[in-house]
Ligand binder design. Structure first.
Ligand SMILES: [Zn+2]
Length: 461
């Protein structure tokens, strides 16, 4: 079956490319204020692809107040065969600043081997990887060695809030032996990766007030406390001079990774110049954080604090005044073994503690996302690593991810801890979530070949 599937895949690439472009033309933005009908249209288009690939019972599933899911399955391998649940999402981020796009966001355009457009890499390419691999088996080889269930979500970009409810409702339908979540990053262009760890996030909003209205800084400045200054002092005391977090007790429950995990991280290629370039760090600005940890460790397995927003007045409306209040959002990326509630409490306490000048301080904790971690060992992970090596022609890296993905935990909860394989197509220059998002087309083809091998390898597990 495998050879036939690979042959079918190779000869049908142009058709899969057209399908990817068709999906990418639909502005399926799930954020509030954008037309829900486009997200539904996108789910319908995905179902059409699923049916064309040979899945049976493909349908749009709509829950009350939830963006449309696309779901399809093929259970022709029989009850004794393994069942693989595939996940992707068909919704996209808003387009951002239109004037920054070199080609229109919803008109997929190829330049230098990359396909530019909103959603091309995140995550319509991921969806099409599995559509293509499914078609390769079902159309090209007349069957597949594993049963296939394919769920494509419509609101990943707004946090997958309803996914636990969806999975609970369709618990019986989505049962599987392994879940393949296709929405993460490759290690680099051309170098595949399997992600086994994600950071979580907790956040809090702080409002500092000192006056019931802004006042003239000439008439009142001196004796009157400045709430913007008070907020600056509060924020400044959250970190040490090296950028590490200064909140007492914050590092107490951070897991110490095994020597094996640390050795793996140290074995990955690292180029500081490239890292700075990819992050866009300006010349002369130092990299910061705890001493004794590598850059990957700082991003994947150590907590980090950032000021996500800060607001007092605007430069556009600046005048000689003392503002009446100031606000900020502080976020902390949390790592394995850190209890989100405890970290949230520590953050809130640190923000409330000893307000400068006796200013009024109100703090509200935002809803957090827990970290996620799996032990990337055992037959399913080995199968995935073999499949990626076959598709890309080089060994896959085992990586952590500094970001937080809400959809992972709900799957492992509902499926009772079956192996979760996190793979994906983003590379460091893909600009996912930003303007000029793009997909590396050669890597996309390699990912499809990997997916065909993956189904075959998982059948043997
Ligand atoms: Zn995504």
């Amino acid at each position: 079956m495998l050879e036939e599937a690979l042959t079918y895949l190779a000869s049908n690439m142009p058709a899969f490319r057209r399908s990817l472009e068709t999906l990418s033309r639909i502005p399926s933005i799930s954020a509030a204020g954008y037309p829900e009908a486009e997200v539904t249209r996108s789910a319908e288009a995905v179902v059409k692809e699923m049916l064309a690939a040979g899945l049976t019972h493909a349908e749009v599933i709509k829950l009350d107040g939830v963006h449309a899911y696309a779901y399809g399955e093929w259970l022709g391998a029989g009850p004794k065969a393994k069942t693989v649940l595939l996940y992707g999402h068909h919704d996209v981020q808003p387009e951002g600043r239109p004037e920054k796009w070199i080609s229109p966001p919803f008109e997929p355009t190829e330049r230098n081997g990359r396909l530019y457009g909103r959603g091309t890499v995140d995550d319509k390419a991921g969806v099409m990887v599995h559509v293509a691999a499914i078609a390769a088996f079902l159309k090209g080889a007349g069957g597949c060695p594993v049963n296939l269930k394919f769920l494509v979500e419509g609101e990943e970009e707004i946090g997958s809030d309803n996914l636990p409810r969806f999975l609970e409702k369709f618990k019986a339908k989505v049962q599987a032996d392994v879940v393949v979540l296709t929405d993460t990053s490759n290690f680099d262009t051309g170098i595949p990766a399997l992600t086994y760890q994600l950071r979580g996030i907790v956040a809090a909003d702080i409002t500092v007030s000192a006056l019931d209205h802004p006042v003239h800084s000439g008439m009142w400045g001196g004796p009157v406390a400045d709430p913007a200054m008070a907020l600056a002092k509060i924020i400044a005391r959250l970190t040490h001079d090296d950028g590490s977090i200064a909140i007492p007790g914050l590092y107490d429950d951070v897991a110490v990774p095994s020597d094996k995990v640390r050795a793996n991280m140290r074995s990955l290629a690292y180029d500081e110049k490239l890292f700075r370039e990819q992050a866009g760090v300006l010349d002369g600005v130092r990299l910061v954080g705890e001493s004794g940890y590598s850059t990957y460790e700082k991003v994947w397995i150590r907590p980090a604090l950032s000021v996500n927003a800060i607001e007092a007045s605007s430069m556009a409306k600046v005048s000689n005044q003392i503002v009446d209040g100031a606000r900020a959002r502080i976020g902390i990326r949390i790592v394995p073994k850190q209890d989100p509630e405890r970290i949230s409490r520590l953050l809130v306490d640190a923000l409330r503690r000893d307000p400068p000048f006796g200013c009024r301080v109100e703090v509200e904790a935002a809803r957090g996302t827990p970290w996620w971690q799996t032990n990337p060992e055992g037959p399913a992970f080995e199968a995935a690593l073999r499949a990626m090596e076959k598709g890309y022609g080089r060994k896959a890296a085992l990586v952590g991810c500094g970001g937080s993905i809400g959809f992972v935990q709900p799957f492992t909860d509902v499926l009772g801890g079956v192996p979760a394989l996190l793979i994906g197509l983003e590379d460091p220059i893909c600009n996912a979530h930003s303007e000029n998002e793009s997909l590396h087309l050669e890597d996309w083809k390699k990912a499809m070949v990997s997916a065909v091998h993956l189904y075959a390898e998982l059948a043997k597990v």
